[in-house]
Design a binder for this molecule. Structure first.
Ligand SMILES: NC(=O)c1ccc[n+]([C@@H]2O[C@H](COP(=O)([O-])OP(=O)(O)OC[C@H]3O[C@@H](n4cnc5c(N)ncnc54)[C@H](OP(=O)(O)O)[C@@H]3O)[C@@H](O)[C@H]2O)c1
Length: 243
């Protein structure tokens, strides 16, 4: 199956790198606005095909993945339309709808490392998208009404998790660790927490009970988070993009 990614930027580039790592390099073609972006991708992913000409890139594809900025979607579809017949057109552009798009997909940039959380909108060809995006992480097919929520939790969610991690680092530095040490500690703690939930299936509050001694220090920290309205801040953060 030949895949063409139109727009090898942050998201398109992450998909290309993830698929290349999954052994698909020889089936991948990528385009961009500048040669510089293509050169960088070819250097990282030997074996892929890269070109500036969108129409030519689409010609032999079975699946075309649109990964340009939302405001360019209309223009790019008009440009490649003559070559699109019989091809599956998948778009990862946030919030843009177009009659020619077959499947709407919302991955995140952890696709580069095979760890995307990808939402795929219910559609006749959704399963084909699951097959493709399943190579770079977990996929979930959802109705259209949940696509934005998926984008906020997983697409944008990467940024929110980074903020939490940075906050932990800053606390660590204030208490005496060097930034690199604080980063390693915060990342390993986060990874440990995620692995614990994955392995045990516990609800986060049940996992919290395992760490929290009555009258101890963990509860003091948890209550400080509550006083600072941490839960509310996270919920408001996720809902901020749900207009
Ligand atoms: N970033 C994320 O985490 C994320 C997550 C989910 C969905 N998305 C969606 O992914 C899309 C791209 O976002 P992004 O963050 O990856 O943006 P980006 O980093 O700016 O990437 C856009 C890419 O499109 C290329 N491009 C511009 N005009 C083009 C054209 N006419 N033909 C072909 N390629 C063209 C650019 O080329 P040059 O590099 O040469 O300028 C660039 O590589 C957006 O619609 C966004 O909603 C992004």
């Amino acid at each position: 199956m030949k895949i063409t990614v139109i727009g090898g930027g942050n998201m398109g580039g992450a998909l290309v790198k993830g698929w290349a790592k999954a052994g698909m390099a020889s089936s991948l073609t990528v385009t961009a606005h500048t040669q510089q972006t293509l050169d960088r991708l070819v250097e990282t992913c030997p074996g892929i095909t890269a070109m500036l000409d969108n129409s030519r890139a689409v010609k032999d594809a079975d699946i075309v993945v649109l990964a340009v900025k939302p405001w360019l979607v209309e223009q790019v579809i008009a440009e490649i339309k003559p070559e699109l017949k019989g091809k599956l057109l998948v778009s990862v552009a946030a919030g843009v709808r177009h009659e020619r798009i077959d499947v709407y997909v919302m991955p995140n940039i952890a696709a580069e490392f095979g760890e995307s959380m990808t939402f795929i909108e219910e559609a006749a060809k959704a399963e084909t998208a699951v097959e493709l995006f399943g190579k770079v992480g977990q996929c979930k097919i959802v109705p259209q009404r949940l696509m934005n929520a998926g984008m906020m939790m997983a697409g944008c969610g990467i940024a929110y998790v980074m903020r939490f991690l940075r906050a932990m680092m800053e606390g660590g530095v204030e208490m005496g660790f060097y930034p690199d040490e604080a980063k390693t500690i915060a990342m390993q703690t986060m990874q440990g927490a995620v692995t614990m939930l994955r392995e045990t299936g516990l609800h986060p509050e049940a996992a919290i009970d395992k760490v929290t001694t009555p009258g101890g220090i963990t509860i003091k920290g948890l209550n400080e988070l509550d006083h600072a309205a941490f839960n509310s801040a996270v919920i408001r953060c996720l809902k901020a993009g749900m207009k």
